[in-house]
Design a protein around this ligand. Structure first.
Ligand code: ASP
Length: 416
């Protein structure tokens, strides 16, 4: 008998995504937008929420243990520092390019953006975040609270300190190092259980998004959305294809094919942090060494947000136009700098980028209450920007992995 070919996780997630769109559209056509949104929000979205909850639960031990294990397996603090600098430099350069792409695309669209009065639907009260507070808050004043609150940047700091502590403690730290390694292995297995239900979670979330948000993308909001997605696409083609090709000698086609499950997952879950387990699997599949992916990916899921940066630039130009502000070159440069910083400060969770947008708007004098205009469709922006964020993290892991391999090969050649 001919054996049936089993669909891999990526294929299953894609199936969930497509079926979700079809079923969501059926709900929307059959019931009308409002009723479909309410119905699917009440009865279908909760299944997606269960799945996202499970991911959020596993992500704290996953980030803590994988970064610690990554640091420990590097074996010496000097190596941690070297890989750390390369990673952060890659993140910063790609994010700054993302901002420039966002600005150029939005400027091309600017003529078609409307001049709006602050409408009732713009009643969203934005909380603006202060840059210095964001920096101070990276450093925890308590070892337990960050885990309870899932404060990822603080968890990363704790993991780096303890990982380095274990390395420096030498023989006496070995027992704890082994424990971390064993605990990390178990966490990865738990993660695999959770991932096996990903296609169902993706399906449930997609049905709800399409049923509830489908009609809102029409009109001028559709235009900003289009501008953002064009920016995302240009960044993928220009920056990621080129970086994996040039730095990692990997064909972009192979890279995108292998990273697809993570991108699709990020697209539906709208959380880089929740997508971390899938991203790690995809990078493993591309042959990225575990000590690199365990370090680069959690860090990237927390601070590397190219999609968010593009979104913030496009949204800032759109909202400035709505208010009637014509941005000067200096204001544009201000947007690039603040959007780069704001995207770093953005948590890898659903909707976080929109809150940090307030920082960018503040910097150029656009009233933050105007965020309300795009608030209703933020999820649609978020889907694309999160997918891009995750692909960016993976591209960095692939490049850093190659750089380290080249250094190791050179060192081996010298020895021989
Ligand atoms: N949802 C995005 C992420 O998790 C962050 C954002 O809202 O821009 O990467």
């Amino acid at each position: 008998m001919k054996e049936k070919k089993k669909l891999g996780l990526g294929g299953q997630i894609l199936l969930g995504l497509v079926l979700g769109i079809v079923v969501g559209a059926i709900f929307w056509i059959a019931m009308g937008a409002e009723a479909a949104g309410a119905f699917t929000g009440k009865y279908i979205k909760p299944f997606g929420d269960i799945f996202v909850n499970l991911l959020k639960f596993i992500v704290v031990p996953l980030v803590l243990l994988s970064i610690m294990d990554g640091v420990i397996s590097m074996g010496d603090i000097g190596k941690v520092g070297k890989i750390g600098w390369k990673t952060v430099a890659y993140f910063l350069v790609t994010t700054a390019i993302a901002c420039v792409i966002g600005l150029i695309v939005a400027s091309l669209f600017k003529g078609s953006f409307p001049l709006l009065q602050l409408a009732e639907d713009a009643a969203y009260e934005a909380k603006s975040s202060n840059l210095m507070d964001t920096i101070v808050n990276i450093f925890p004043n308590n070892a337990i609270a960050p885990m309870a609150n899932s404060s990822m940047l603080q968890i990363i700091v704790i993991a780096l300190f303890f990982g380095c502590g274990i390395l420096v403690a030498g023989e006496k730290g070995k027992a704890l190092g082994d424990l971390v390694s064993s605990f990390n292995e178990v966490t990865q297995k738990v993660m695999a259980f959770i991932l096996s239900v990903a296609p169902y979670g993706v399906f449930a979330l997609m049905v709800w998004v399409v049923a509830a948000q489908g009609p809102k993308i029409l009109g001028s909001l559709g235009l900003v959305l289009l501008a953002a997605y064009i920016g995302y696409a240009i960044h993928v083609v220009l920056v990621y294809s080129m970086s994996v090709k040039i730095f990692a000698q990997m064909s972009p086609g192979t890279f995108f094919k292998k990273i697809f499950p993570a991108a699709a997952f990020a697209f539906t879950s709208t959380s880089s942090v929740a997508s971390l387990p899938v991203t790690k699997e995809c990078c493993d599949d591309m042959g990225v060494h575990s000590e690199i992916s365990s370090f680069v990916l959690p860090l990237g899921a927390t601070i590397n947000m190219d999609g968010t940066a593009i979104y913030q630039c496009v949204a800032a130009i759109f909202l400035a136009k709505c208010v009637g502000i014509d941005l000067t070159l200096v204001q544009m440069i201000t947007i690039v700098v603040t959007a780069t910083l704001a995207s770093i400060g953005t948590a890898g969770t659903s909707g976080a980028g929109m809150i940090m947008l307030a920082m960018v708007l503040d910097a150029v004098g656009v009233p933050t209450t105007y965020i309300g205009i795009i608030y209703g469709i933020d999820r649609l922006f978020d889907m694309g920007r999160t997918a891009l964020n995750v692909v960016g993290d993976a591209s960095c892991a692939v490049c850093v992995n190659t750089w380290e391999k080249q250094i190791d090969a050179k060192a081996a050649a010298k020895k021989a």
